[in-house]
Design a protein. Structure first.
Length: 637
């Protein structure tokens, strides 16, 4: 399943890059500047990062490529604790060619010593595996408590890899056993999240086809069986197809609860044209909800969508690079777009009233992070062009102003960015990955960088916040699922902005008990309260701790357990033995006379149905047994 490489032109330009850079500088000279320059980050790359791991030979696929290029072509990066030592390591998606297949490169993995000093562990952890990656996805897919890595090929030229952590810091590619056969993706993006509400993490892949620049793409869903094996669903499975008249080149996607119902919706970001929203019904059935919900972009392209509650009203808003407005002179220079959520997943463009002083640039990503420690999200913008990375400070009233000099004046072609406290001083740090070419002769170097919080940066002392907490609909005899959204000083694709997330509950006057909560995607966590009898009065609160050690607990939430519906005898726990009958279980509906009812459990055997027994306990046993078998089936919801 390979495709022949062919040259489609430069990434996104018509003018030569040097000419664009000259225009950019002239335009920037005319733009408004922040009244006071402030420094928030210092470049500590030479001290904290090892030398670039890639030296890439030229290929005929790109005649402009120098004979050798220093550093990997990094499209994307993620900060994540791979070795469970409570500091954040780095995984970089490498591989040349922005829209066409180019050089396969080593996937870079850097391990943190706890003080922000990184060691190249690409060979020791992943065996030096090479591919052409647009993105990577990281999650605990097999439920054993450690991180696993999904590396999907970006151009149909490389087999997808799924590295399972089989022992501490030991990874094994088990794609052949855990992914559908012959999975060689054209993946512009990928994410893990619980789509069907069963607590395990499913996989969403943004497929941009063999010719990304003209492709509307498909959104592919792979369901997790609970043990880390993924299937593409049953015979009714179809990709979420995108209208080619609306957008093309699906270059990024995110999972986020944009309509406030505590499940994972899918945001597909197209480089060109309108991006898309697919709303989840909670069982992994998605409805197109773009029309009337997603405002038009005001720039020609975007590369990233970031979901965060920047205005602190309890719902997730959206930030898009390059989509907020164009310069009238130079059409390739743009601003960050701010889309405000009405709480139900309908968005309004409020850029003009929200952003001030931001220099026009060719940007690649936006991140929400509180860099000055005031408890409000600021915006970090990764830029390919002068003036380099940008910081826009939140004034506390959800208005953002550009800060001149926040980053050192380093012009490099940043494609990937992530933020967290990597050295343990409480201040937020920034890691960037470089790709493409850049301006003014810096064509040979892709030096990934680390910027440590310094100067006007302030240590995080704000405890986690609970953006939203679900009041569950609890039914007697069934486990009680509680989902809630946790935010902190920065957003994290892997849920590692907080840790030690728990739920504490009490039933009536009984003593409290505590259960762990697990990350399910976006900013959502999930905890399970054991089944309780009808009429039980339950109260719970949730708590979380962030990196600096600040802990917060929510206000108590109370609910009453409802009686099971007629015909719904006792339900057993997942796995284990079939359940015992629940006392007083009601009988189900009687089949039509002469009708035989069977239920295939996927193993070639069947459970007879027939008319209900005159014994309520017998009916409850039968219904409970059927429910247990259904839970074992693990089919796509």
């Amino acid at each position: 399943m390979t495709s022949s490489p062919h040259f489609l032109g430069t990434r996104r330009r018509v003018l030569p890059r040097v000419a664009i850079g000259a225009v950019a500088l002239s335009v920037l000279a005319l733009l408004p500047r922040a009244a006071l320059a402030q420094s928030f980050f210092e470049d500590q790359t030479e001290l904290k990062f090892p030398a670039p791991g890639c030296v890439v030979e030229a290929t005929e696929d790109d005649p402009d490529l120098p004979a050798k290029r220093l550093g990997c072509y990094t499209n994307f990066l993620v900060l994540s604790d791979l070795d469970a030592d409570r500091d954040l390591d780095i995984v970089m998606a490498n591989g040349g060619g922005y829209y066409v297949r180019d050089v396969a490169e080593e996937t870079s993995v850097y391990v943190n010593d706890g003080e922000g000093l990184y060691t190249d562990a690409s060979m020791s952890l992943l065996g030096g595996t090479k591919s052409r990656l647009r993105q990577v996805a990281i999650a605990d897919v097999d439920g054993d408590g450690d991180k696993d890595l999904y590396l999907p090929g970006g151009y149909g030229a490389d087999a997808d890899q799924l590295f399972i952590q089989t022992a501490p810091a030991v990874f094994e590619d088990q794609a052949d056993a855990r992914l559908p056969p012959f999975t060689w993706s054209n993946a512009g993006s990928a994410h893990f999240g619980d789509l069907d509400g069963d607590g395990d993490l499913d996989l969403v892949v943004g497929d941009w086809g063999a010719a990304p620049l003209g492709s509307p793409g498909d959104t592919l869903i792979y369901m997790n069986d609970g043990a880390g094996t993924f299937t593409a669903g049953d015979e009714d499975y179809v990709p979420l197809q995108v209208d080619p008249m609306v957008g093309r080149t699906p270059i990024d996607l995110d999972l986020a609860d944009v309509d406030g119902d505590f499940d994972m919706d899918i945001l597909v970001n197209h480089r060109n044209g309108l991006s898309r929203i697919f709303l989840n019904d909670g069982a992994a059935q998605f409805t197109e909800a773009t029309e009337g919900s997603y405002p038009e972009k005001k720039g020609p392209y975007t590369y990233n969508v970031e979901a965060c509650d920047y205005d602190e009203d309890g719902d997730l808003d959206l930030l898009l690079d390059n989509a907020g407005g164009q310069d009238e002179v130079e059409p390739f220079l743009n601003l960050t777009q701010v889309l405000n959520n009405d709480g139900e997943g309908h968005f309004e463009d409020v850029t003009a009233a929200t952003i001030s002083g931001e220099p026009y640039a060719d940007d690649n990503a936006v991140k929400c992070a509180d860099v000055n420690g005031d408890g409000h999200y600021d915006l970090l913008v990764a830029s390919l062009t002068n003036p380099g990375e940008k910081l826009l400070l939140n004034d506390g009233a959800a208005k953002f102003a550009y800060v001149e000099g926040a980053f050192p004046a380093i012009e490099d072609p940043t494609l990937g960015i992530d933020v967290a406290d990597v050295d343990g001083d409480g201040k937020l740090d920034v890691v960037t990955g470089q790709g493409e070419t850049g301006f003014f002769g810096i064509l040979n170097a892709h030096i990934d960088r680390i910027y440590l919080g310094a100067g006007d940066s302030v240590a995080d002392t704000t405890p986690p916040k609970f953006r939203a907490i679900e009041t569950p609909s609890a039914v007697a005899g069934e486990d009680i699922i509680v989902r809630f959204a946790v935010t902190d000083a920065y957003t994290s694709e892997t849920g590692e902005h907080v840790h030690d997330v728990t739920l504490t509950y009490a039933v009536g006057e009984a003593e409290e008990d505590t259960v762990p909560a697990t990350f399910i995607g976006g900013d959502l966590f999930r905890a399970v309260i054991p089944a309780q009898p009808a009429g039980a009065e339950v109260a719970f609160s949730v708590s979380a701790t962030d990196g600096p050690g600040e802990t917060a607990s929510s206000e108590p939430v109370s609910f009453t357990v409802a009686a099971a519906a007629a015909g719904g005898g006792g339900a057993g726990g997942e796995g284990g033995a079939p359940p015992a009958p629940t006392e007083g279980g009601a009988g189900g509906a009687t089949p039509t006379e002469g009708e035989a009812k069977t239920e295939d459990d996927g193993c070639g055997c069947a459970v007879p149905g027939g008319a209900p027994s005159s014994s309520g306990a017998g009916v409850a046993l039968l219904l409970g047994l059927t429910a247990w078998i259904n839970r074992r089936r693990r089919t796509r919801a």
